[in-house]
Ligand binder design. Structure first.
Ligand SMILES: [Mg+2]
Length: 120
């Protein structure tokens, strides 16, 4: 079974780029354009979440707060994929229990390394 990654990002370009990087490496990728859309399409076979911080309707922080309240998703790895890299935002992410932080634009090789490590 391929590992399934959910990419939550309001940018089509980023979701396509993530798919182009992960699918050839053997991952299945599903996308959602904001936190609310992601909550509406959750499925327990998702192995890892890649989450943007700034999105309309529901942003990344609020999405993760909601996700962590669900027993079946509480322990799933979450990586922020964002242009934000301020210490304050990182602290807030840590407090929410996120597992990693990748700054856009990402470099495919190191990106894959992080995904492999956490989805494994
Ligand atoms: Mg965004």
């Amino acid at each position: 079974m391929p590992k399934k990654v959910m990419c939550v990002d309001d940018s089509n370009t980023i979701r396509m780029l993530v798919e182009k990087t992960l699918v050839p490496a053997g991952f299945e990728v599903v996308g959602a354009e904001n936190g609310q859309a992601a909550l509406d399409s959750l499925s327990p076979d998702i192995d890892l979440f890649l989450v943007d911080v700034n999105m309309p309707v529901m942003g990344g922080f609020e999405f993760i707060e909601n996700l962590k309240q669900k027993a079946e998703y509480k322990t799933k790895p979450v990586i922020f994929l964002t242009t934000e890299s301020s210490a304050e935002k990182k602290e807030k992410g840590k407090a929410l229990g996120i597992n990693g932080w990748v700054v856009k634009p990402f470099e495919p090789e190191s990106f894959l390394k992080v995904i492999n490590m956490l989805a494994g």
